[in-house]
Write a protein that binds this ligand. Structure first.
Ligand code: ZN
Length: 197
């Protein structure tokens, strides 16, 4: 059963106000501002949350004692990549959404599937093994010997989390998205940009 706690909303004195730098989840601007309200566990007296007013867009942003920002950002983390085929774009967005909702295992699994979908989109046959898709991308020149190590990382991390009962880490998920975004850029965005020059 959910324990119902009594929380007090307090207006701290100017000296006690918490100052914080954070990226506003509403306007995506990094702001430095002070909280004029805090929420305290009435029983324990412990501070639970600070409430800030974004100095850019004036929206209320709550930050927990653990540093968690509420609400989560309305903007997708990591960069947009242009010229992606619809299906690939959808998967890449899913990857980034999973990251912002802290579903790190999903990030890695979707990134892994993306590698296969990219290879198929570029002409690889269906039903190949994962390593065969990775090799296909290299043989066809979509990846080079230089970026093979990070494509292998996507494979290796994917395998790790499929076979080990291990919680995927935020660091692993972040690294994998950076790798996959680089791959998407090389395969789709840069060649298209070259056409536009
Ligand atoms: Zn804002």
């Amino acid at each position: 059963m959910l324990a119902i706690k009594e929380w007090n909303w307090e207006k701290p004195s100017k000296r006690e106000r918490k100052e914080e730098t954070f990226r506003c989840p509403y306007c995506n601007v990094v702001v430095r501002t002070t909280a004029d309200t805090r929420i305290v566990d009435a029983e324990l007296g412990a501070i639970k949350y600070h409430i800030f007013k974004c100095s850019q867009c004036s929206m209320p942003v709550t930050i927990g004692q653990d540093g968690k920002i509420i609400p989560p950002s309305l903007f997708l983390p990591f960069e947009d990549i242009k010229h992606l085929p619809e299906k690939i774009e959808k998967m890449y967005v899913e990857c980034r959404k999973s990251f912002s909702t802290e579903c790190y295992y999903s990030v890695i699994m979707v990134a892994r599937s993306l590698v296969m979908h990219i290879a198929v989109d570029k002409g690889a046959g269906a039903n190949l093994s994962f390593i065969e898709y990775v090799n296909y991308l290299e043989t066809e020149g979509y990846t080079s010997r230089h970026n093979r190590p990070w494509v292998d990382k996507i494979r290796e991390r994917g395998n790790h989390y499929i076979h080990e009962i291990d919680e995927a880490t935020k660091e692993d998920a972040a690294r994998i998205i950076v790798f996959i975004s680089q791959l998407l850029k090389n395969v789709y965005e840069l060649p298209q940009m070259a056409n536009e020059v």
